[in-house]
Design a protein. Structure first.
Length: 191
């Protein structure tokens, strides 16, 4: 993949929170360090907006998590969990994220999808066709191969899980964690 990244590039990062959360939980039995995800996705470029798409659960216990994301400068878009007759539950932000990406594509140089969801392939193709660079960051093992092929750049979080996971039991890089704590001014275990 050939991708252009430079300091004057304006970037929007759209975070499919559920996708990253479930990938980290299933692959590593750990939680995502969203501050590190934003930092890696942005690089040395200009952040225009970082949006996290989240779901309000029945118990409402996610308040501290939402607050931690906001402290990182990530805007929160919430939606209530839908519960259908018979107990089936649905919480899907794909259309909302796609609409925001299309709107933002005219205002930024690059859109970064923090997701490995193959449902975003048509979105990536469309946004690229509008002249906007499209990148993705996710855990490679749980990411769509077609999405990885379609985007201009893919950051595989599986290559350095210690940088993107909280309390990861494998190889650690304590320097990054301390650096993020210093910048954010909070314990990264809250993220």
């Amino acid at each position: 993949m050939s991708v252009i990244k430079h300091p004057h590039q304006r970037v929007a990062i759209l975070i499919d929170t559920q996708n990253l959360y479930h990938s980290a939980k299933n692959l590593y039995k750990s939680k995502v360090n969203f501050g590190a995800v934003v930092k890696a996705a942005l690089g040395n470029r200009q952040l225009v907006r970082a949006l996290a798409y989240v779901v309000n659960t029945e118990g409402g216990e996610e308040g501290a998590f939402f607050e931690a994301l906001e402290k990182l400068g990530i805007e929160i878009k919430t939606k209530d969990l839908q519960i259908f007759f018979g107990g089936a539950k649905k919480a899907d932000w794909d259309v909302g994220l796609a609409v925001d990406a299309i709107k933002l594509a005219q205002k930024v140089d690059a859109i970064v999808l923090a997701s490995g969801d193959g449902d975003f392939v048509p979105l990536a193709e469309y946004v690229k066709g509008q002249g906007c660079q499209v990148e993705a960051i996710s855990f490679g093992r749980s990411s769509s191969a077609r999405l990885r092929e379609t985007v201009d750049d893919f950051i595989d979080m599986d290559e350095h899980p210690h940088e993107f996971l909280i309390n990861f039991r494998g190889k650690r890089n304590g320097g990054l964690k301390k650096q993020i704590q210093k910048v954010v001014g909070t314990d990264t275990d809250d993220l």
